[in-house]
Design a protein around this ligand. Sequence first.
Ligand code: CO
Length: 296
Amino acid sequence: MQSLRRLCIVLLLSLAVCASASAQTAPKQGILLVAFGSSMAEAGAAFAAIDEAYQREFPHTPIVWAFTSQIIRKKLAKEGIHVASISEGLNILAADGAKIVRVQSLHMMAGKEFAGLARALLVNIQKHPGRFDAVYLGRPLLESETDAEETANAVLNYLKKIRQPDEAIALMGHGQEHGLADLIFAGARSIFKSKDKNIFMATVEGSHGFDRLARELIDAKVRKVILAPLMLVAGDHARNDMAGTEPDSWANRLQQAGIAARANLQGLGEIPGIAAIFARHTRESEDDLTKEPVKE
Ligand code: CO
């Protein structure tokens, strides 16, 4: 399949020829998109935008969604909205005849949630040996320099429409208390800064929180800032912790520090260019979880 694709590209055959040739010879594929999830109706726009982009990028390939948060899935179920878990999503693809599954993490970075996804997939594969010929796991948004550059470009392009010349941008990432998040965000932050020195970034959890953000903005003599989530959806953290009306929201604390803050409540999923990074990771993944690691 891979080599056939490559051959098609090399020979510059039309997409239709590639599609029909692979339909006859290649095992059926399926895509599982995995996000933490959100129960906020407003967050739906980000999921819908990612879904649309995937339908365009991978036509004729079944696309199934899974949320990893049990709490959110239960809450949605009470409202009559059923979103699959990881194992349910794999069951749906198997019932549909998929032999090659491409799982795409829609996480920002390979933190706790991504590790949980990888582990859940491995356990599932062990429970159902031979069910799929391959299960590829696509990496999350921010890993390579290219990923961070493309993310910065997408955010800057998007906010260009509303940003005033003297306005800084401060992104709210999620982060985590333990693990890799601080270092990955430090890398992403420095690449973002190389694109525009007036981009700042802090996280809800982890070492680089609000106090450091406020200090950096004050030191840089920033008077106006747009707050925006560095998260797939503008959910609870973005709407409450970042932009909420409570006195301890980031927006209100910045106001108190004399910095005019306004929020842009669009999740990264809604920003043009972000879905393309995930889709590239989906296409590029050669990490087949059904196979032993290649020993070199
Ligand atoms: Co959280």
